[in-house]
Design a protein. Structure first.
Length: 304
């Protein structure tokens, strides 16, 4: 196709391994220069995917985390650290609300599977808040990561409450721009989120949160065999230790598990949380920016 023609001087790929890994194989075959930003996370699972990049001097991998760079470098792949866009965010010291956020996930199936457990934790959080604090109980905002998830989440919540949502519970769509999302998150007192990029964003904001997932049986069993990382939360994986709490709910959420998650939220000291945020933002502020890297790549193509 277009990438194979002589008019195509080079290829830039971003994330989306389902398509871009096939494109990388073709770029290697054709000898076309390729810049692949955010390639598959081979440090976590399916390390064999890195085989495509071995002995491919024409393919350069731009990664955001040191653990990614080390994993690819051990497999003799050309790698460069890229400054994470989260580092351009200017920390706002806005007045924090008492309200709580729930981020059940970006994929419909997993989000709906996580939702009942997340709401159970939120109910427990409000009860414990009432016992330990004076004033209004926190409201709870369920965050739809994309617009098409808003209605399914509302419908699922209405089913949980027999068709009538409590006044303290609502659904909002997450801002698309990363800086707007961070501003949005920073206004809340605590959050419960699924695993993924949201764990990194929450930690960089400096707010107490816990990561949690309710996996289906197949995902859990597959993960036990394929996942190499000890941690699923990105901040924990980056630091190589449990700086933020994470939970896997193998069975139905029970009172004891809900209490453990809520206690993990209340036990997080704000000073320590902010210190972790500063360390994390510093660790991600390495390498060129995306625009600088792109300019360098294009300059190489023009010089060919």
């Amino acid at each position: 196709g277009a990438a194979e023609s002589k008019k195509c001087l080079g290829i830039v790929a971003i994330d989306y391994p389902g398509f871009n890994m096939r494109l990388a194989a073709l770029a290697k075959k054709w000898g076309k220069p390729m810049l692949y930003v955010a390639p598959p996370q081979v440090w976590a699972w399916k390390s064999k995917r890195a085989n495509i990049f071995k002995q491919a001097d024409n393919i350069r991998l731009a990664v955001f985390f040191d653990i990614e760079a080390k994993a690819y470098e051990q497999m003799n792949c050309k790698t460069i650290r890229l400054k994470h866009p989260i580092t351009s965010w200017n920390h706002r010291y806005a007045e924090t609300k008492s309200d709580m956020l729930l981020l059940p996930g970006s994929r419909r199936a997993s989000a709906l599977r996580n939702l009942p457990a997340f709401v159970a934790v939120a109910e427990k959080y409000r009860k414990v808040w009432a016992e330990r604090n004076v004033g209004l109980l926190p409201d709870v905002v369920v965050v739809a990561s994309r617009e098409h998830l808003e209605v399914p989440l509302i419908v699922a919540l209405e089913k949980l409450y027999d068709g009538r949502l409590p006044t303290w519970l609502k659904v909002m769509v997450a801002p698309k721009c990363i800086s707007d999302r961070l501003d949005f998150y920073s206004g809340y007192s605590a959050a419960l989120t699924s695993f993924g990029t949201s764990t990194l964003e929450m930690a960089c904001v400096g707010m107490p949160f816990a990561a949690c997932v309710v996996p289906d049986f197949f995902t859990y069993v597959t993960g036990k065999f394929l996942v190499k990382s000890e941690f699923l939360s990105l901040p924990n994986a980056i630091f190589g230790c449990g700086v933020t709490p994470e939970f896997i709910i193998r069975h139905k959420m029970n009172e004891r598990m809900a209490e453990s998650i809520v206690e993990a939220l209340f036990q997080q000291d704000l000073g320590t949380v902010e210190e972790i945020a500063q360390r994390l933002r510093k660790s991600l502020n390495v390498g060129p920016s995306s625009s600088e890297l792109m300019f360098e790549f294009l300059a190489q193509l023009v010089g060919r």
